[in-house]
Design a protein around this ligand. Sequence first.
Ligand code: SAH
Length: 386
Amino acid sequence: MGREKSLKRRHPWVFSGAVAKVQGSPGPGETIGVWSATGELLAVAAYSPNSQIVARVWDWKERAIDGVFFQERVARAVAQRRELLDGAATDSLRLIHGESDWLPGVIADRYGDAVVLQLSSAGAEHWREAIADALLAASGASRIWERSDAEVRELEGLPPVTAALRGPRDPTRITIAENGLKFAIDLEHGHKTGFYLDQRDNRRRVRELARGRDVLDGFCYSGGFALNALAGGAKSVAAVDSSADALALARANAELNTLAQPEWMEGDVFQLLRKFRDQARSFDLIVLDPPKFAPTAAHAEKAARAYKDINLLAFKLLRPAGLLMTFSCSGGISADLFQKIVAGAALDAGVEAQFIERLRPGTDHPVALNFPEGDYLKGLICRIPG
Ligand code: SAH
């Protein structure tokens, strides 16, 4: 009783606790019907016996789940994004955003002529070949790399997979264009699917804000924000990451764009911000784009302390009229909570601050209204008085 409520609201996950009985013995990824206590068909879904999310919905009515189904869903997602590709200036974007494109467990990112596919549920895994065929047809790409090596696969009982799935394996290192800047992507070893496409619009925003400013890019990965700041006329740029591989890519990216090399620093942002404070080093624009500290709400409290810590330190390093562009990509931290954390950080830093913009990813990262979990990336641009 009442266990079907979330399904009736069209949330696509069925938790194991909501299931009274399983008929027959469906295998991982196989298509099953989901029935209410009163015998009404609620959805057709992919079964995942090893996961707490025991089924993910493909559709809300009786229908065949087959190659045609994936052709339709994939083509629809790809078509919605067509206008975002901007000739030579931007050739890379997210094509499929999982549950929010009604394809649970399927992420597909386009990098120039290549598509990187990440499958993270038993159902997506089961339909790998159909999804790959559909992607190749809808995108017109010449090859597909699979990067199904996200940790969440463990929860589904799936092994990590990294492989060339369609077309040639090489080159694994390619160059993409984003708003007129070039970035090297390592298809095989890069973070996630190779690049943080969700920050494209926000990186452009930094370009617009950076002119004449001393900029710090915390958690810089391959230099996305740092290089946009330089392209926008920043006076100086310092950028920090804990990963030597990320910084090697970042250096290569500065060269690709014939930009000056920022001051790249390998290290821990938590420690470096403290060092800057002790040195009385200050900035006009600070970007903080940390990894997810809270994958789920269960980690929210510890994550909140971490977000507060770095934001507090950043506020202290800002000069008068300085800007802080700060993000959380934690699913477990709501936009509301994030704002409260940042407000607490400013309070404890002893600065009066305003926020002047809320940030989210570009429109290639939509959020299905019935899937609030899709709203993971949130950001604020804060300003302190001059
Ligand atoms: N802003 C980047 C994406 C950042 S992803 C872009 O636009 O592309 C988060 C980055 O933080 C990763 O590159 C990771 O290596 C780095 N990182 C994680 N923990 C860190 C820490 N404590 N200090 C510094 N860098 C860290």
